[in-house]
Design a protein around this ligand. Structure first.
Ligand SMILES: [Zn+2]
Length: 88
């Protein structure tokens, strides 16, 4: 992928770097991941995560699932992830 050619595959709009919040609802648990670095389309608002970010989210989801947490709020920063847990 060429980072210089950075256009939305859906609408052809230009993507800009930003941060977003992703929510994963697993039924038994809800995981909120904040400060997710993403390329966000200026036109349609579609959020594009890079492979590494997607993997980190996958990891967090599996971890929360394994520990059967009901609610998990995680801030995914570029340096490290800080964690706030809420057990209801
Ligand atoms: Zn778009």
């Amino acid at each position: 992928m060429n980072p210089l050619v950075n256009f939305c595959a859906l609408c052809g709009g230009q993507k800009v770097f930003g941060y977003t919040t992703t929510t994963v609802d697993l039924g038994s648990s809800l995981i909120v991941i904040r400060q997710v670095p993403a390329q966000i389309c200026e036109l349609c608002g579609e959020e594009w995560l890079d492979h590494q970010t997607a993997q980190r989210i996958e990891c967090l989801v599996q971890e929360a699932q394994a520990q059967q947490r009901q609610v998990e709020i995680v801030a995914l920063t570029s340096q490290r992830s800080s964690r706030l847990q809420a057990n209801l």
